[in-house]
Design a protein around this ligand. Sequence first.
Ligand SMILES: [Zn+2]
Length: 94
Amino acid sequence: MLIIPCPHCGPRPETEFVYGGEAHIQRPDVAADDYTWANRLFLRDNVKGWTRERWRHDPGCGRWFNLCRNTATNEVGQSYIMGAPKPPFPNQKI
Ligand SMILES: [Zn+2]
């Protein structure tokens, strides 16, 4: 079981969280063409390794936040609130 660090409540078991998909997806301009909108709505990177994801602490604080997670090893990294700068992945040089 994953232990996910909610930035508001602290570490909790993964059963308290709802996965929200890839983080930091930019909304295109309203006048963007269909191809751009299709990419925004349906295409994701599907990274093998470290990625940033959106999670919601459903029965806890109820807030959305971002989490660094390694999709290959299921290792959990740093969590951070929405709007905060992206932290580096573990073992990543800046
Ligand atoms: Zn929380």
